[in-house]
Design a binder for this molecule. Structure first.
Ligand SMILES: NC(=O)C1=CN([C@@H]2O[C@H](COP(=O)(O)OP(=O)(O)OC[C@H]3O[C@@H](n4cnc5c(N)ncnc54)[C@H](OP(=O)(O)O)[C@@H]3O)[C@@H](O)[C@H]2O)C=CC1
Ligand SMILES: CC(=O)N[C@@H](CCC(=O)OP(=O)(O)O)C(=O)O
Length: 335
Protein backbone atom coordinates (compact mmCIF):
# COMPACT_ATOMS: atom_id res chain seq x y z
CA UNK A 1 0.00 0.00 0.00
CA UNK A 2 1.08 3.58 -0.69
CA UNK A 3 1.32 5.44 2.60
CA UNK A 4 -0.09 8.95 2.39
CA UNK A 5 0.53 11.87 4.71
CA UNK A 6 -1.99 14.69 4.57
CA UNK A 7 -1.30 18.24 5.72
CA UNK A 8 -4.45 20.21 6.48
CA UNK A 9 -6.35 16.97 7.10
CA UNK A 10 -8.85 18.64 9.44
CA UNK A 11 -10.05 21.08 6.74
CA UNK A 12 -12.78 20.59 4.17
CA UNK A 13 -10.35 19.47 1.48
CA UNK A 14 -8.47 17.32 3.99
CA UNK A 15 -11.72 15.55 4.93
CA UNK A 16 -12.50 14.89 1.30
CA UNK A 17 -8.98 13.53 0.74
CA UNK A 18 -9.42 11.17 3.67
CA UNK A 19 -12.79 10.02 2.33
CA UNK A 20 -11.28 9.27 -1.08
CA UNK A 21 -8.23 7.51 0.36
CA UNK A 22 -10.45 5.32 2.57
CA UNK A 23 -11.96 3.98 -0.66
CA UNK A 24 -8.68 3.77 -2.57
CA UNK A 25 -7.47 0.26 -3.43
CA UNK A 26 -3.76 1.16 -3.22
CA UNK A 27 -3.51 3.99 -0.66
CA UNK A 28 -3.82 4.33 3.09
CA UNK A 29 -3.44 7.30 5.41
CA UNK A 30 -0.11 7.22 7.25
CA UNK A 31 -0.41 10.53 9.10
CA UNK A 32 -3.19 13.11 9.13
CA UNK A 33 -1.70 16.43 10.25
CA UNK A 34 -3.77 19.26 11.67
CA UNK A 35 -3.00 22.57 13.32
CA UNK A 36 -5.54 23.75 15.95
CA UNK A 37 -7.21 20.31 15.81
CA UNK A 38 -4.01 18.34 16.47
CA UNK A 39 -4.72 15.69 19.08
CA UNK A 40 -8.46 15.57 18.29
CA UNK A 41 -9.94 12.31 17.03
CA UNK A 42 -10.51 12.38 13.29
CA UNK A 43 -14.08 11.24 13.85
CA UNK A 44 -14.79 14.20 16.11
CA UNK A 45 -13.84 16.70 13.39
CA UNK A 46 -15.12 14.65 10.43
CA UNK A 47 -18.03 12.63 11.93
CA UNK A 48 -18.99 11.35 8.47
CA UNK A 49 -15.65 9.47 8.42
CA UNK A 50 -16.16 7.76 11.80
CA UNK A 51 -16.50 4.26 10.36
CA UNK A 52 -13.39 4.62 8.22
CA UNK A 53 -11.21 6.21 10.91
CA UNK A 54 -12.70 5.15 14.28
CA UNK A 55 -9.67 5.55 16.52
CA UNK A 56 -7.03 7.70 14.84
CA UNK A 57 -6.28 11.25 15.94
CA UNK A 58 -4.79 14.18 14.03
CA UNK A 59 -1.06 14.64 14.51
CA UNK A 60 0.65 17.92 15.27
CA UNK A 61 3.18 18.96 12.64
CA UNK A 62 6.37 16.96 13.01
CA UNK A 63 8.48 16.48 9.88
CA UNK A 64 9.99 13.29 11.32
CA UNK A 65 6.59 11.60 10.80
CA UNK A 66 6.91 12.12 7.05
CA UNK A 67 9.53 9.38 6.90
CA UNK A 68 6.59 6.94 6.85
CA UNK A 69 5.20 8.40 3.63
CA UNK A 70 5.32 7.48 -0.05
CA UNK A 71 3.03 10.38 -0.98
CA UNK A 72 2.43 13.76 0.66
CA UNK A 73 -0.75 15.74 -0.01
CA UNK A 74 -0.91 19.33 1.24
CA UNK A 75 -4.20 21.22 1.61
CA UNK A 76 -2.93 24.17 3.61
CA UNK A 77 -3.60 27.90 3.53
CA UNK A 78 -1.57 29.71 0.88
CA UNK A 79 2.00 30.40 1.92
CA UNK A 80 2.41 27.41 4.22
CA UNK A 81 4.02 24.99 1.77
CA UNK A 82 6.66 27.55 0.85
CA UNK A 83 7.54 27.78 4.51
CA UNK A 84 7.68 23.99 4.94
CA UNK A 85 9.25 23.22 1.56
CA UNK A 86 12.54 21.86 2.87
CA UNK A 87 10.70 19.28 4.97
CA UNK A 88 8.07 18.41 2.36
CA UNK A 89 10.18 18.04 -0.75
CA UNK A 90 12.35 15.03 -0.14
CA UNK A 91 13.66 13.37 -3.28
CA UNK A 92 11.75 10.27 -4.23
CA UNK A 93 8.55 11.14 -2.35
CA UNK A 94 5.65 12.27 -4.52
CA UNK A 95 4.17 15.60 -3.44
CA UNK A 96 0.88 17.21 -4.49
CA UNK A 97 0.12 20.72 -3.26
CA UNK A 98 -3.32 22.34 -3.43
CA UNK A 99 -2.28 25.74 -2.16
CA UNK A 100 -1.31 28.37 -4.70
CA UNK A 101 2.34 28.52 -3.68
CA UNK A 102 3.74 26.69 -6.68
CA UNK A 103 1.04 27.14 -9.32
CA UNK A 104 2.20 30.36 -10.95
CA UNK A 105 5.12 30.60 -13.33
CA UNK A 106 7.12 33.31 -11.56
CA UNK A 107 7.66 34.90 -8.16
CA UNK A 108 6.64 38.24 -9.67
CA UNK A 109 3.25 36.85 -10.70
CA UNK A 110 2.78 35.38 -7.23
CA UNK A 111 3.65 38.68 -5.59
CA UNK A 112 1.35 40.61 -7.89
CA UNK A 113 -1.73 38.49 -7.16
CA UNK A 114 -1.08 37.33 -3.59
CA UNK A 115 0.47 40.54 -2.32
CA UNK A 116 3.41 38.86 -0.62
CA UNK A 117 6.94 37.89 -1.53
CA UNK A 118 7.50 34.32 -2.63
CA UNK A 119 9.80 32.62 -0.12
CA UNK A 120 11.03 29.88 -2.51
CA UNK A 121 11.16 31.14 -6.10
CA UNK A 122 14.00 28.65 -6.68
CA UNK A 123 11.45 25.82 -6.51
CA UNK A 124 8.79 27.20 -8.87
CA UNK A 125 10.21 25.51 -11.96
CA UNK A 126 10.29 22.11 -10.30
CA UNK A 127 6.46 21.91 -10.11
CA UNK A 128 4.02 20.74 -12.78
CA UNK A 129 0.57 22.35 -13.04
CA UNK A 130 -1.83 19.59 -11.98
CA UNK A 131 -4.59 19.71 -14.56
CA UNK A 132 -4.48 16.20 -16.09
CA UNK A 133 -6.68 17.03 -19.08
CA UNK A 134 -3.92 19.35 -20.38
CA UNK A 135 -0.70 18.20 -18.69
CA UNK A 136 -1.16 14.45 -18.22
CA UNK A 137 2.23 13.36 -19.55
CA UNK A 138 4.10 15.99 -17.54
CA UNK A 139 2.24 14.97 -14.36
CA UNK A 140 3.14 11.32 -14.94
CA UNK A 141 6.81 12.28 -15.10
CA UNK A 142 6.69 14.68 -12.15
CA UNK A 143 7.40 14.21 -8.45
CA UNK A 144 5.96 17.64 -7.58
CA UNK A 145 2.56 18.80 -8.69
CA UNK A 146 0.72 22.03 -7.90
CA UNK A 147 -2.95 21.23 -8.43
CA UNK A 148 -5.23 24.09 -9.43
CA UNK A 149 -8.19 24.93 -7.25
CA UNK A 150 -11.84 25.18 -8.05
CA UNK A 151 -12.39 28.36 -10.10
CA UNK A 152 -9.34 27.98 -12.38
CA UNK A 153 -10.15 24.31 -13.02
CA UNK A 154 -13.71 25.06 -14.12
CA UNK A 155 -12.76 28.07 -16.26
CA UNK A 156 -9.73 26.37 -17.84
CA UNK A 157 -11.69 23.27 -18.81
CA UNK A 158 -14.37 25.44 -20.41
CA UNK A 159 -12.01 27.77 -22.27
CA UNK A 160 -8.66 26.24 -23.14
CA UNK A 161 -9.69 23.92 -26.01
CA UNK A 162 -11.46 26.87 -27.68
CA UNK A 163 -8.32 29.00 -27.37
CA UNK A 164 -6.14 26.19 -28.69
CA UNK A 165 -8.06 25.88 -31.97
CA UNK A 166 -8.42 29.65 -32.35
CA UNK A 167 -12.21 29.67 -31.99
CA UNK A 168 -12.12 32.61 -29.58
CA UNK A 169 -10.08 35.75 -29.18
CA UNK A 170 -7.73 35.46 -26.22
CA UNK A 171 -8.01 39.04 -25.09
CA UNK A 172 -11.01 40.19 -23.10
CA UNK A 173 -12.32 36.83 -21.93
CA UNK A 174 -14.98 37.21 -19.22
CA UNK A 175 -15.50 34.57 -16.53
CA UNK A 176 -18.43 34.77 -14.14
CA UNK A 177 -18.34 31.89 -11.68
CA UNK A 178 -20.31 30.95 -8.59
CA UNK A 179 -19.04 28.81 -5.73
CA UNK A 180 -20.64 26.90 -2.90
CA UNK A 181 -19.68 28.13 0.55
CA UNK A 182 -17.31 25.23 1.30
CA UNK A 183 -14.99 26.91 -1.21
CA UNK A 184 -14.14 29.38 1.53
CA UNK A 185 -12.89 26.65 3.89
CA UNK A 186 -14.17 25.33 7.16
CA UNK A 187 -13.53 28.32 9.41
CA UNK A 188 -16.62 30.46 9.25
CA UNK A 189 -16.70 34.23 9.31
CA UNK A 190 -19.36 36.87 8.87
CA UNK A 191 -19.19 36.46 5.08
CA UNK A 192 -19.96 32.74 5.19
CA UNK A 193 -22.42 32.78 8.09
CA UNK A 194 -25.73 31.02 7.31
CA UNK A 195 -27.73 34.24 7.68
CA UNK A 196 -25.43 36.07 5.27
CA UNK A 197 -25.50 33.40 2.59
CA UNK A 198 -28.97 31.87 2.83
CA UNK A 199 -31.39 33.26 0.26
CA UNK A 200 -28.78 35.58 -1.17
CA UNK A 201 -26.28 35.72 -4.03
CA UNK A 202 -23.35 38.06 -4.21
CA UNK A 203 -20.22 38.89 -6.14
CA UNK A 204 -16.85 39.48 -4.49
CA UNK A 205 -13.19 39.99 -5.42
CA UNK A 206 -14.08 42.51 -8.12
CA UNK A 207 -11.28 43.03 -10.68
CA UNK A 208 -8.52 41.51 -8.57
CA UNK A 209 -9.38 37.97 -7.51
CA UNK A 210 -6.14 35.98 -7.34
CA UNK A 211 -7.47 33.15 -9.49
CA UNK A 212 -7.40 35.49 -12.49
CA UNK A 213 -3.68 34.76 -12.75
CA UNK A 214 -4.20 31.03 -13.32
CA UNK A 215 -6.99 31.60 -15.84
CA UNK A 216 -4.63 33.85 -17.80
CA UNK A 217 -1.93 31.20 -17.54
CA UNK A 218 -4.06 28.41 -18.98
CA UNK A 219 -5.73 30.53 -21.69
CA UNK A 220 -2.74 32.71 -22.57
CA UNK A 221 -5.09 35.70 -22.74
CA UNK A 222 -6.53 38.45 -20.57
CA UNK A 223 -9.40 37.51 -18.29
CA UNK A 224 -11.92 39.57 -16.34
CA UNK A 225 -13.02 37.22 -13.57
CA UNK A 226 -15.89 37.83 -11.15
CA UNK A 227 -16.51 35.19 -8.48
CA UNK A 228 -19.88 34.85 -6.73
CA UNK A 229 -21.03 33.06 -3.61
CA UNK A 230 -24.09 30.84 -3.94
CA UNK A 231 -26.21 29.46 -1.12
CA UNK A 232 -25.09 25.84 -1.45
CA UNK A 233 -22.48 23.76 0.32
CA UNK A 234 -20.67 22.56 -2.79
CA UNK A 235 -20.27 23.28 -6.45
CA UNK A 236 -18.76 25.70 -8.96
CA UNK A 237 -20.44 26.91 -12.11
CA UNK A 238 -18.23 28.93 -14.44
CA UNK A 239 -19.95 30.84 -17.25
CA UNK A 240 -17.32 32.18 -19.63
CA UNK A 241 -17.72 34.61 -22.54
CA UNK A 242 -15.30 35.41 -25.35
CA UNK A 243 -15.44 37.07 -28.75
CA UNK A 244 -15.81 34.39 -31.42
CA UNK A 245 -13.06 34.37 -34.05
CA UNK A 246 -15.24 32.68 -36.67
CA UNK A 247 -18.32 30.53 -36.86
CA UNK A 248 -16.92 27.26 -35.49
CA UNK A 249 -19.32 25.15 -33.41
CA UNK A 250 -17.86 25.29 -29.89
CA UNK A 251 -19.73 22.19 -28.77
CA UNK A 252 -18.07 20.14 -31.49
CA UNK A 253 -14.66 21.54 -30.49
CA UNK A 254 -15.17 20.64 -26.83
CA UNK A 255 -16.48 17.18 -27.71
CA UNK A 256 -13.45 16.57 -29.84
CA UNK A 257 -11.00 17.92 -27.24
CA UNK A 258 -12.38 15.81 -24.41
CA UNK A 259 -13.14 12.60 -26.32
CA UNK A 260 -11.82 9.78 -24.14
CA UNK A 261 -11.32 12.00 -21.08
CA UNK A 262 -12.60 9.96 -18.14
CA UNK A 263 -13.88 12.85 -16.04
CA UNK A 264 -15.16 15.40 -18.58
CA UNK A 265 -18.64 15.22 -20.10
CA UNK A 266 -19.61 17.61 -22.89
CA UNK A 267 -23.35 17.79 -23.47
CA UNK A 268 -26.16 19.94 -24.86
CA UNK A 269 -27.74 20.85 -21.56
CA UNK A 270 -26.57 23.79 -19.44
CA UNK A 271 -24.77 22.02 -16.57
CA UNK A 272 -25.84 22.20 -12.95
CA UNK A 273 -23.47 22.11 -10.00
CA UNK A 274 -25.49 19.33 -8.39
CA UNK A 275 -24.64 16.91 -11.19
CA UNK A 276 -21.02 16.90 -10.02
CA UNK A 277 -21.43 16.89 -6.25
CA UNK A 278 -19.33 14.22 -4.56
CA UNK A 279 -17.61 13.30 -7.83
CA UNK A 280 -14.52 14.14 -9.85
CA UNK A 281 -16.60 14.94 -12.92
CA UNK A 282 -16.77 18.14 -14.95
CA UNK A 283 -19.89 18.86 -17.02
CA UNK A 284 -19.49 21.25 -19.96
CA UNK A 285 -21.50 22.86 -22.69
CA UNK A 286 -20.98 25.79 -25.09
CA UNK A 287 -22.83 27.92 -27.66
CA UNK A 288 -21.97 30.41 -30.36
CA UNK A 289 -24.25 33.45 -30.32
CA UNK A 290 -24.04 34.62 -33.92
CA UNK A 291 -26.18 37.67 -33.14
CA UNK A 292 -23.54 39.21 -30.83
CA UNK A 293 -20.48 37.36 -32.11
CA UNK A 294 -19.95 35.92 -28.66
CA UNK A 295 -19.12 32.43 -27.61
CA UNK A 296 -20.38 31.24 -24.22
CA UNK A 297 -18.88 28.15 -22.58
CA UNK A 298 -19.82 26.67 -19.22
CA UNK A 299 -18.39 24.16 -16.76
CA UNK A 300 -19.82 22.72 -13.54
CA UNK A 301 -17.63 20.86 -11.05
CA UNK A 302 -17.61 20.02 -7.35
CA UNK A 303 -15.20 22.51 -5.78
CA UNK A 304 -14.09 19.84 -3.32
CA UNK A 305 -13.93 17.14 -6.04
CA UNK A 306 -12.44 18.05 -9.43
CA UNK A 307 -11.74 21.47 -7.90
CA UNK A 308 -9.65 20.11 -5.02
CA UNK A 309 -9.32 16.65 -3.46
CA UNK A 310 -10.42 14.65 -6.51
CA UNK A 311 -7.96 16.50 -8.70
CA UNK A 312 -5.16 15.83 -6.19
CA UNK A 313 -5.92 12.10 -6.13
CA UNK A 314 -6.18 11.99 -9.94
CA UNK A 315 -2.73 13.62 -10.15
CA UNK A 316 -1.28 11.31 -7.49
CA UNK A 317 -2.64 8.26 -9.32
CA UNK A 318 -0.87 9.43 -12.48
CA UNK A 319 2.39 10.21 -10.68
CA UNK A 320 2.46 6.80 -9.02
CA UNK A 321 1.55 4.81 -12.13
CA UNK A 322 -1.84 3.76 -10.74
CA UNK A 323 -5.19 3.64 -12.51
CA UNK A 324 -5.94 7.35 -13.05
CA UNK A 325 -9.50 6.94 -11.80
CA UNK A 326 -8.78 4.85 -8.71
CA UNK A 327 -11.14 5.88 -5.88
CA UNK A 328 -12.73 8.60 -8.03
CA UNK A 329 -16.27 8.57 -9.37
CA UNK A 330 -17.73 10.19 -12.47
CA UNK A 331 -21.22 10.26 -10.95
CA UNK A 332 -22.55 12.99 -8.73
CA UNK A 333 -24.86 12.41 -5.76
CA UNK A 334 -28.26 13.59 -6.96
CA UNK A 335 -30.59 15.22 -6.05
N1 LIG B 1 -12.37 24.52 -0.12
C1 LIG B 1 -12.21 24.41 -1.43
O1 LIG B 1 -13.18 24.19 -2.17
C2 LIG B 1 -10.88 24.55 -2.05
C3 LIG B 1 -9.76 24.90 -1.32
N2 LIG B 1 -8.55 25.03 -1.93
C4 LIG B 1 -7.36 25.38 -1.17
O2 LIG B 1 -7.00 24.26 -0.36
C5 LIG B 1 -6.43 24.70 0.86
C6 LIG B 1 -7.26 24.13 2.02
O3 LIG B 1 -8.60 24.57 1.87
P1 LIG B 1 -9.76 24.13 2.87
O4 LIG B 1 -9.67 22.71 3.21
O5 LIG B 1 -11.00 24.64 2.25
O6 LIG B 1 -9.42 25.00 4.15
P2 LIG B 1 -9.89 24.78 5.66
O7 LIG B 1 -9.85 26.14 6.28
O8 LIG B 1 -11.14 24.02 5.70
O9 LIG B 1 -8.73 23.91 6.29
C7 LIG B 1 -7.42 24.41 6.46
C8 LIG B 1 -6.54 23.31 6.99
O10 LIG B 1 -5.22 23.82 7.17
C9 LIG B 1 -4.81 23.68 8.54
N3 LIG B 1 -4.01 24.85 8.89
C10 LIG B 1 -4.43 26.11 9.06
N4 LIG B 1 -3.39 26.93 9.33
C11 LIG B 1 -2.29 26.14 9.35
C12 LIG B 1 -0.91 26.37 9.58
N5 LIG B 1 -0.46 27.59 9.84
N6 LIG B 1 -0.07 25.32 9.52
C13 LIG B 1 -0.52 24.08 9.27
N7 LIG B 1 -1.83 23.80 9.05
C14 LIG B 1 -2.68 24.81 9.08
C15 LIG B 1 -6.10 23.62 9.31
O11 LIG B 1 -5.88 22.95 10.56
P3 LIG B 1 -6.82 23.14 11.85
O12 LIG B 1 -8.24 23.16 11.35
O13 LIG B 1 -6.53 21.94 12.66
O14 LIG B 1 -6.42 24.42 12.47
C16 LIG B 1 -6.97 22.79 8.36
O15 LIG B 1 -6.64 21.44 8.44
C17 LIG B 1 -6.40 26.23 0.77
O16 LIG B 1 -5.18 26.64 0.22
C18 LIG B 1 -7.53 26.53 -0.21
O17 LIG B 1 -7.40 27.77 -0.83
C19 LIG B 1 -8.40 24.81 -3.27
C20 LIG B 1 -9.47 24.42 -4.01
C21 LIG B 1 -10.81 24.32 -3.49
C1 LIG C 1 -16.01 30.71 -1.99
C2 LIG C 1 -14.58 31.10 -1.78
O1 LIG C 1 -14.28 31.92 -0.93
N1 LIG C 1 -13.68 30.53 -2.56
C3 LIG C 1 -12.28 30.79 -2.47
C4 LIG C 1 -11.56 29.89 -3.42
C5 LIG C 1 -10.89 28.76 -2.74
C6 LIG C 1 -9.87 28.12 -3.60
O2 LIG C 1 -10.13 27.37 -4.48
O3 LIG C 1 -8.65 28.56 -3.42
P1 LIG C 1 -7.34 28.23 -4.22
O4 LIG C 1 -7.67 27.59 -5.53
O5 LIG C 1 -6.65 29.52 -4.38
O6 LIG C 1 -6.56 27.29 -3.41
C7 LIG C 1 -11.93 32.22 -2.83
O7 LIG C 1 -12.62 32.87 -3.58
O8 LIG C 1 -10.84 32.63 -2.42
Amino acid sequence: MIRVSILGASGYVGGELMRLIAGHPAMEVATAFASSNAGQRIASVHPHLALAYPETAFAAWNPALLSHSDLILAALPHGETQRLADDLLSPGVAFVDLGADFRLSSAAEFERWYGERHARPDLLDSFTYGLPEFFRDEIKRSKRVAAPGCYPTAASLALRPLVEVGAIEKQGIVVDAASGVSGAGRTSNAGTHFCTVDGSYRAYGLLNHRHTAEMELTTGGTVLFTPHLMAASRGILATCYARASGSDDPLAILRDAYAGEPFVHVGDMPPETKWANGSNAAFLTARLDERTGTLVTLAAIDNLGKGAAGQMIQCANLMLGLDEGASLTTMGVYP
